[in-house]
Design a protein around this ligand. Structure first.
Ligand SMILES: *Cc1c(COP(=O)(O)O)cnc(C)c1O
Length: 369
């Protein structure tokens, strides 16, 4: 049996109605900041529970423009998690600011108890990354943000509809950044991103920033860039968005199914599942003894298991100039050694999950494999 990681060939396999929508759209020629984009922004804001949503051309830009709108620039410091996808850190660095890392805990998000010691007089913002579909402990981070007057830009790229106490990822901070990249839970056919906010001024500024700072055709009010979400991708987004809750639901059911079997294997540890958290499992990760051998065994048996990530971002060569070395963020280092991700998406069948469970159990039961 083969258990593939990418399900993208299935995601749009039955979409004749979408092709019809696209044909109608192309005939309108409404390609730039067009009507379907406005519709998508309204639907997205309603889905997440925010006042505004602003489409941009990637999740990376959703973070970058949020920071820019807050005035983050050269010499400023921005606090974020020591293990995240490169994009979070890239957004900070591109603005000339310095990423300041905080270690994670076993929910794969920043350990909020370590944030205060990372704050300096140069700190301008904090980016909690809701990594893998978990949530950063926003109940504890919010009071810190208020106490120090530091705005929170949530990197919610992996946690669409993730929540704590039913308050969705992206609605806690001044802005929330989402990605519509093909590999994300709500995906379009190319790159795309969207920013949510409840703040009137931020919404206005972000709309300007993504469109060259143009208030009208002839007036450039602030310097921005071209980071519009393509209207044609918004047509795709409008088609998929009604499925978003089901996608999250299916992933949660799959994760529960895995949990119920994998927790019986003594060599595996299921991460904490804190009460009040809705974890949407962009990635389904567990801790495994003899991880590298398990990974090899899975691949040999046709299961595309993965590691997110074998080298945490803080130790990547591009960031050598920050002067970090292995051991600076021990929890992230440990995760790099012992996490493994199994396919958990909405298109996965029960038979495929049963097969994953069987192959993993066999690995630990049979000492020779
Ligand atoms: C995907 C992702 C991003 C960036 O999204 P793009 O749309 O690929 O630019 C940022 N942060 C995290 C945690 C992500 O997973």
């Amino acid at each position: 049996m083969k258990v593939r990681y990418s399900y993208l060939d299935q995601q749009f396999a039955h979409c004749d109605d979408l092709w019809n929508e696209l044909k109608k759209f192309v005939a309108t020629g409404d390609f730039t900041l067009g009507k379907p984009l406005v519709e998508f922004e309204e639907k997205f804001a309603a889905l997440i529970g925010s006042k505004y949503a602003i489409g941009v051309n990637s999740g990376t830009d959703a973070i970058k423009l949020s920071l820019k709108a807050l005035g983050v620039g050269f010499g400023d410091e921005v606090i974020t998690a020591a293990n995240t996808f490169v994009a979070t850190v890239g957004a900070i660095v591109e603005l000339g600011a310095k990423p300041v890392f905080v270690d994670c805990n076993d929910t794969f998000c920043m350990d909020v108890s370590l944030v205060e010691q990372a704050i300096t007089e140069r700190t301008k913002a904090i980016i909690p990354v809701h990594f893998t579909g978990y949530m950063t402990d926003m109940r504890r981070l919010m009071p810190l943000s208020e106490k120090h007057g530091l705005p929170l830009v949530e990197d919610a790229c992996q946690s669409i509809l993730g929540a704590i106490d039913n308050k969705n990822a992206g609605t806690w901070g001044i802005t929330g950044a989402f990605s519509l990249h093909p590999l994300k839970n709500l995906n379009v056919w190319s790159d795309g991103g969207i920013i949510v906010t409840n703040d009137d001024n931020m919404a206005k500024k972000l709309r300007l920033l993504r469109n060259h700072g143009l208030v009208d055709r002839d007036t450039v009010q602030i310097m921005g860039c071209n980071s519009r979400l393509d209207t044609i991708q918004a047509v795709v987004g409008n088609w998929l968005i009604p499925q978003t809750r089901d996608i999250a639901q299916r992933r949660m059911e799959n994760a529960n199914y895995y949990d119920s079997f994998l927790k019986k294997i003594p060599e595996l540890t299921i991460p904490p599942r804190p009460s009040g958290y809705r974890i949407v499992y962009h990635l389904y990760m567990v801790f495994a003894e003899r991880r590298d051998a398990l990974l090899e065994h899975c691949i040999k048996n046709g299961i595309e298991a993965k590691v997110h990530y074998p080298v945490p971002i803080y130790r990547q060569p591009a960031l050598n100039y920050l002067g970090h070395c292995e051991g600076d963020f021990p929890v992230s280092d440990r995760h790099a050694q012992n996490v493994i991700s199994f396919p958990c998406d909405q298109h996965l069948s029960k038979e495929e999950m049963d097969y994953v469970v069987r192959v993993v159990s066999d690995f630990y039961l049979n000492p020779r494999v």
